[in-house]
Design a protein around this ligand. Structure first.
Ligand code: RFL
Ligand code: PHB
Length: 389
C-alpha cells in the first residue's frame, strides 16, 4: 500500500491533519491502535482556542461545534473565599469555545468517513522505517497480517506513549521534563454546571476546577495525591471535597449527582526537540505534554497541525520545502510558550507538598496582583485564548 502522508494515531491531531490534507487534495492514511469507540470513550480537554476552532472549520468539521459549542468570554479565579473574573473578550477581543475533545474527535471521524478517508483501526506492532531516507514506510499488523504502508512523509500523532518519538535516535533527541507531585481527580456528571463560566480555584485544601461540557453535563476536578486511585473516592467524598475548595456562595449553588466517569490524570510538563527527524514529524502529545491547568494540551496539538499542514501543502502544491524545513522551529516556539503558561498557572493555583509559608505568601501575592492589575490579566487572557499561530 502507498500514500503520500502516513499518519500514526487517530486522536485529534492525526484526524485533523488527515482531514486538512484531504481538503488540499493530499492523500493520507491514519493508523490507529485502538477502536473508534475506545478513542471516543476518553474524556479529556474541554476548552478550544479560536485557532483550533478555525482549523475545525477549515477542515469542514466545524458545523456542530458552531451550533453546540459555548462561547466563554471570561473565566473566574477563586482564591480562598474570594473570586474575581478575567474578562477575555474585553482584554483581548477574543473568547474561547467550550466544546469537548470527545465531540471534536467524533466530528473529525464523521468528516473523515464522509470523505471516504482511510483509517485503519486496531493496528499492532507499528514500526517506522527509513524516516531518514527518501523512501520511508510504516509497517504494522492488522487482523494477524503484516502490512507496509509506503509514503513520502510520516506524521507521528500517536500521543505520549506512541512509537514515533522513540524512533528518533536518542543521540538526536533532547528531552525536557517536569513531573508534578500531585494529580487531578476528575468526574463527569449529568448535572447543570455550577456557574456559566469555568472556575479555577486555589484553596488551602488544594486546587479545584469547575468546568462543563454543556448545560446538563458538568466536569469537575480536584487536586489529589499521586497515590490516590479513582475508586478511593466515592461520589459523596468528591462532592464534599469540591465544596470545601470553592467559595461558599458557589458551593451553595452546586448541584450534585452520580458520576458517569471518574479518572485521575498525573500532571507533567514534557517537550522533545527537535520535532522532526528526516521525513518523520512529531505532532501533539507525541512531542509535548502540558499539565491541564490552562487547557493547552489539545490546543497546542492543533497549532502543530497547522504548521505541519501548511508545510506539507507548500511542499505538494507550491513546490517549496521551507514550511517543512522550518516546522520544528516554528512549532517549538509556540509550544514553549504554552509550556510556560501551563507551568505558571499550575504553580499559581496548586498546593505543593514542600511549599513553605513564604512560598504560600508569594503565591497569594501573585494572585492578588492578577486580581488588581489589568496588565497582568491581559497577559493571562492572551495566553488563555491562545497565542497567534
Ligand atoms: P492523543 O489524543 O493521545 O491521540 C494519540 C492516538 O494515537 C494512538 N496511538 C497509536 N496508534 C497507532 N500505533 C501506535 N503505536 C499508537 N500509540 C498510540 C492512541 O490510541 C491515540 O488514539 O494525542 P493527540 O492527538 O496529540 O491529542 C492531544 C490531546 O489528546 C491532549 O493534548 C489532551 O487531551 C491533553 N489532556 C487535556 N488537555 C486539555 O487541554 N484539557 C484537559 O482537561 C485534558 N485532560 C489530557 C487530559 C490528556 C490525558 N492523557 C493523555 C492521559 C486527560 C488525560 C487523561
Ligand atoms: C475540562 O473541562 O476538562 C478542562 C477545562 C479547563 C482546563 C482543563 C480541563 O484547564
Amino acid at each position: 500500500m502507498r500514500t503520500q502522508v502516513a499518519i500514526i494515531g487517530g486522536g485529534p491531531s492525526g484526524l485533523l491533519l488527515s482531514q486538512l490534507l484531504h481538503g488540499a487534495g493530499i492523500a493520507s492514511v491514519v493508523l490507529e491502535r485502538q477502536t473508534k469507540d475506545y478513542v471516543l470513550g476518553r474524556i479529556r480537554a474541554g476548552v478550544l482556542e479560536q485557532g483550533m476552532a478555525g482549523l475545525m472549520r477549515k477542515a469542514g468539521a466545524g458545523a456542530r461545534m458552531e451550533a453546540e459549542g459555548f462561547v466563554h468570554e471570561g473565566t473566574q479565579i477563586a482564591s480562598g473565599p474570594e473570586m474575581f473574573r478575567v474578562d477575555f473578550a474585553a482584554l483581548t477581543g477574543t473568547p474561547v469555545l467550550v466544546y469537548g475533545q470527545t465531540e471534536v474527535t467524533r466530528d473529525l471521524y464523521a468528516a473523515r468517513e464522509a470523505a471516504g478517508g482511510e483509517i485503519v483501526y486496531r493496528v499492532e506492532d507499528v514500526v517506522i522505517d527509513g524516516a531518514d531516507t527518501q523512501a520511508p514506510g510504516v509497517s504494522y499488523t492488522v487482523d494477524g497480517a503484516r502490512q507496509r504502508l509506503a509514503c513520502d512523509f510520516i506524521a507521528g500523532c500517536d500521543g505520549f506513549h506512541g512509537v514515533s518519538r522513540p524512533t528518533i535516535p536518542a543521540s538526536v533527541r533532547r528531552e525536557y521534563e517536569k513531573v508534578y507531585p500531585f494529580g487531578w481527580l476528575g468526574i463527569l456528571s449529568e448535572t447543570p454546571p455550577v456557574d456559566h463560566e469555568l472556575i479555577y480555584s486555589n484553596s488551602e485544601r488544594g486546587f479545584a476546577l469547575c468546568s462543563m461540557r454543556n448545560a446538563q453535563l458538568s466536569r469537575y476536578y480536584i487536586q489529589c495525591s499521586l497515590t490516590d486511585r479513582p475508586d478511593d473516592w466515592t461520589d459523596a467524598a468528591f462532592w464534599d471535597e469540591l465544596r470545601r475548595r470553592i467559595p461558599e456562595e458557589t458551593a451553595d449553588q452546586l448541584i450534585t449527582g452520580p458520576s458517569i466517569e471518574k479518572s485521575i490524570a498525573p500532571l507533567r510538563s514534557f517537550v522533545t526537540e527537535p520535532m522532526r527527524w528526516g521525513r518523520l514529524f512529531l505532532c501533539g502529545d507525541a512531542a509535548h505534554i502540558v499539565p491541564p491547568t490552562g487547557a493547552k494540551g489539545l490546543n497546542t496539538a492543533a497549532s502543530d497541525i497547522h504548521y505541519l499542514f501548511e508545510g506539507l501543502r507548500e511542499h505538494y502544491l507550491d513546490g517549496s520545502d521551507e514550511g517543512i524545513d522550518r516546522y520544528s522551529e516554528r512549532a517549538l516556539l509556540r509550544v514553549w510558550k504554552a509550556e510556560h503558561f501551563s507551568w505558571w498557572m499550575t504553580n499559581l493555583l496548586h498546593r505543593l507538598p514542600d511549599q513553605t509559608a513564604f512560598d504560600l505568601r508569594m503565591q497569594q501575592a501573585e494572585i492578588a496582583f492578577l486580581r488588581d492589575n489589568l496588565s497582568a490579566q491581559k497577559v493571562m487572557a492572551e495566553n488563555y485564548v491562545g497565542l497567534p499561530y
